[in-house]
Each structure stands twice: as structure tokens, then as C-alpha cells.
Ligand binder design. Structure first.
Ligand SMILES: CC(C)(COP(=O)(O)OP(=O)(O)OC[C@H]1O[C@@H](n2cnc3c(N)ncnc32)[C@H](O)[C@@H]1OP(=O)(O)O)[C@@H](O)C(=O)NCCC(=O)NCCS
Length: 173
């Protein structure tokens, strides 16, 4: 069981439930999401519901994830998610989205900083990757502020398109 509940100063990181279908759908339609993570845009409520039901089952599965957790403001709004996605060979990658109306408030940094120690412990791993497009300045800043270290930059396939790709690694020392 990979349920979790993390509380930070302003946020609660918890598990999905069906009441979040509409907010997840609306959050996913952001321009930033379309540009940088087009595979995480859910165009319809039905597609969103199916995805959430699938993700809820993943909490109970073996270590084949993805493990995705909504980020809720203490005032109640669902503002995004943070996730760990298996890459194979026991390696995992972190991912995150903050809905556009809530960006530039430090929420992604606050969520990732709290999530990394908890999810690495839960998965029994000592390192986790952060992989993003070179032109995703906000994402690179989040990783760097959360102590991920740049391992390499290369031109390669990113979600089916050719882009400069930055690969960061967080290691527990
Ligand atoms: C990347 C993302 C999660 C950042 O969320 P956020 O809550 O705004 O991040 P933070 O507020 O913690 O900001 C981190 C840094 O990025 C900067 N930043 C935020 N949005 C930015 C933007 N659009 N352009 C440039 N810098 C930006 C912040 O100012 C901050 O830098 P600072 O500490 O030097 O001021 C959000 O923009 C997003 O969800 N984007 C779409 C999905 C995505 O790209 N996910 C990552 C895939 S690898």
C-alpha cells in the first residue's frame, strides 16, 4: 500500500479520490502542461475519471507505479500533483504539475522538497531522477532548489519530440 499523507506549511500531499475528477481535468488543460507534458493533459471528464481510477489502483500495486499524489492547498483547492514514475531497472523519475493560476508561489518547490525523502523511503531507493526539457526553466529551477544535481544535457527524444533534455539526479548521501 503506497498511500501517503504529507503536510507542509501550506500544502497537503495525499491520495486521489473520485471527488477530484473535475479539478484534475481543469488543471491539466493549462498551456504549460500542453507544452511540456502533453501526455498528462486529460481533455474530457471521462478520460480523467478513468485515469484517476487507474492511479488509485496503482497505490495498491507492486512497484510498477506510476505513483501520483494530488497537492491540496490547506484552504482546500487541488492545485496539482507530484509523482514518482518507474523507469525500469529499479530506477524512478519524479514529476510534478502546478496549475497555472497558482504558479510562482513556491508551491512546486515546497511539494517536491517534502515528497522526495518520503517517496524514496517508501520505495526503498536511494536516488531518483528529474528529467525535463532544457527550455522548461521553471522545472529546472524546482529541481535545482530541491538539491537535484545535473548529470547531463543532450538532444534527444522527449515525449515523442526532439528537444534538449536535462537529466538531474537526487541522491541520498
Ligand atoms: C514547473 C512547475 C511545476 C513550477 O511550478 P511553480 O509552483 O511555479 O514553481 P515554484 O513557484 O516552486 O518556482 C520555482 C522557480 O521557478 C520560477 N518560475 C516559475 N514559473 C516560471 C516560468 N513560467 N518561467 C520562468 N521561471 C518560472 C519561480 O520564479 C522560481 O524561481 P525563483 O525561486 O528563482 O524565483 C509549473 O510551471 C508547471 O506545472 N509547469 C507545467 C508542467 C511541467 O512542466 N512539469 C515538469 C515537467 S519536467
Amino acid at each position: 500500500m503506497r498511500n501517503l499523507k504529507i503536510e507542509t506549511g501550506r500544502l497537503v500531499i495525499t491520495k486521489f479520490d473520485e471527488s477530484m475528477v473535475e479539478s484534475v481535468h481543469l488543471n491539466s488543460l493549462d498551456e504549460n502542461n500542453r507544452k511540456f507534458v502533453p501526455d498528462e493533459v486529460f481533455e474530457t471528464l471521462e478520460e480523467t475519471r478513468e485515469t484517476i481510477l487507474f492511479l488509485m489502483k496503482c497505490y495498491d500495486g507492486e512497484n510498477n507505479g506510476p505513483l501520483v499524489y494530488p497537492i491540496i492547498l490547506k484552504s482546500g483547492e487541488n492545485i496539482g500533483y507530484v509523482q514518482a514514475v518507474p523507469l525500469g531497472n529499479s530506477e524512478w523519475e519524479i514529476g510534478y504539475h502546478i496549475a497555472e493560476n497558482y504558479t510562482r508561489n513556491g508551491y512546486a518547490t515546497e511539494a517536491v522538497m517534502a515528497f522526495v525523502p518520503v517517496i524514496t523511503k517508501l520505495l526503498g531507493i536511494t536516488q531518483i531522477w528529474g528529467i525535463c526539457r532544457g527550455d522548461n526553466i521553471a522545472s529546472r529551477k524546482v529541481l535545482e532548489k530541491c538539491s537535484f544535481k545535473l548529470q547531463n544535457k543532450s538532444i534527444g527524444n522527449y515525449k515523442g519530440e526532439k528537444h534538449e533534455v536535462y537529466k538531474y539526479l537526487y541522491s541520498i548521501t
